[in-house]
Write a protein that binds this ligand. Sequence first.
Ligand code: FAD
Length: 631
Amino acid sequence: MTQIERHSYDVVVMGAGGAGLRAAIEARLMGKRVAIITKSLLGKAHTVMAEGGAAAAMGNVNSKDNWQVHFRDTMRGGKFLNHYRMAELHAKEAPDRIWELETYGALFDRTPDGKISQRNFGGHEYPRLAHVGDRTGLELIRTLQQKIVSLQQDDEREFGDGEKYIKVFAELAITEIFTEAGAVTGCMGYWRETGDFVAFDTAAVVLATGGIGKAYRVTSNSWEYTGDGHALAMRAGGTLVNMEFLQFHPTGMVWPPSVKGILVTESVRGDGGVLRNSEGKRFMFEYVPDVFRKQYADTEAEGDRWYSDPENNRRPPELLPRDEVARAINSEVKAGRGTPHGGVYLDVSTRLSPEQITKRLPSMYHQFKELADVDITKEPMEVGPTCHYVMGGVEVEPDTCASPYVKGLFAAGEVGGGMHGSNRLGGNSLSDLLVFGRRAGLGASEYVDSMGDKKTVIADADLESAVTDALAPLNRAGGENPYTIHSELQTVMGDLVGIIRKASEVEDALVKIGGLKTRAKNLTVEGDRIFNPGWHLALDLKNLLLISEAVAKAALIREESRGGHTRDDFPGMNPEWRQVNLICRADGDEVEVSKQALPTMPTELLSLFDVSELKKYMTEAELTALPEESN
Ligand SMILES: Cc1cc2nc3c(=O)[nH]c(=O)nc-3n(C[C@H](O)[C@H](O)[C@H](O)COP(=O)(O)OP(=O)(O)OC[C@H]3O[C@@H](n4cnc5c(N)ncnc54)[C@H](O)[C@@H]3O)c2cc1C
């Protein structure tokens, strides 16, 4: 047996973004010994990149806001495919999670009367995003890290060992989760610096690894988003739900090429930014779908008045949910009304003064000035859609975040599925990761308690074979280059399973992904294990290929357009499909997709909607079966 560094923990949290840190805090508060593992440096996660804010119905800016309105907005945004229980828990618990952050030391922007300030965002009926300028994620992660350090200091004082209960393993990538008889026994990874392997014996793994954006070339996501948690869950026997739903954020930078895809926060539109095509037209008024027509202005004058008088006017269509805006921009560019670099114009300089822009949108000001030499206080930005967020994810029980199929496996944050349905509202991720990070930490701790004194240990044979697999690309000569395969995969996903899809193209993508999978069995990497990015990519590719197959297979099966899944050949929403979740399982190296009925929403939640609205989403049979009070 290869000698490898070995640890034993009650709970292993994979990921040190908001979801992972919040899960770890909860598990520690439950008295568990917790390992936090991150493949990047501590503090470098997507959570830190979040700009606009965290959505929570605190009612600080408009007292009409409450959890019921937030729940309604989330379900509407997700086009009613959300797991109702997750959306309910999220809407109810998000305010407490934000206030709790204040007790940990977070400093949010304030309203004139000293409450946490809340800003407008697409799809949210009232100003709802708690924020710190446009650097909210930085404050969130700083605060959670500070809480971890304070817990470690308590342990140092009490036990003389600050790492007795929480230890952070940074720059360590997990490559395998082990199970025995359907229950987790541990996981294994490698130090990115030395290439040395490390094993963790544990009964409970919380996946908090974020998303899959690196399957695409134009993306707001960074190198960490290779779908590791998604793929590891499937390989361990877990399931993914609705992987066809990917959010293409409408506003990424389109120029210069080296920064294409970098996010332009929705706060620019929340704070009054308008979208225009190359003819100077505010085109979004042409793209308001029937389901949203009642809530959105139909003239520029009304949309403009809404910023100062939201009570008596409807919001401008620039603030439609992201899927609608992204599709509209795509159509304008396709119709030849795009900017010189293939985007549209986003202009906030005509609404806010330079002082307001640099105060409210400091990161955007610097981003455009430094990367594109554009002064957004004076001129418009050029923007276009960028792959941003995956709504699909690990299928979990809403209350505990536990996989229904693998005992001891939990998931929270972007890697979790179900909460956002077919489209996530901006701001709902930061609150999602706080609400479900906490619940996952709690669920994992309760599971560990239920095990009593039973000891969990990874089988030696499992470890041995995982090490052999991981080393294979280094021991092989004359095979395929991982960078070539990755680049080809990104081309396939961008061109054939991108923002607009059709059957023939997705079928073509699946053939090509199959070919890439075969070639990837023969990867070769030059050099040794010591900080070798080619080897790291070779290990990540296995995950990227598996989740890309899941996305493409689910995208081919769902014959309708909804949220983050647009089929050119099935352009409308189909109420029959609203009743269906697509579930991906790994069958060996292949992804198998099956249909599963959505859970039924209880009457008290259904009654929050007018029947006229439910008619837009439900089948005749569902409408007839509605209880009396909703009819
Ligand atoms: C530019 C940008 C702006 C955004 N703005 C907002 C916003 O304003 N509001 C909002 O609600 N949402 C926003 N989002 C989305 C939101 O930031 C993310 O969805 C959210 O932060 C994800 O949090 P997480 O904890 O699930 O994952 P992350 O914060 O990404 O953390 C993932 C962690 O997992 C680790 N990891 C991954 N794989 C492995 C592995 N194999 N082994 C070990 N560790 C691993 C990573 O190193 C990292 O520590 C934004 C996203 C981006 C990219």
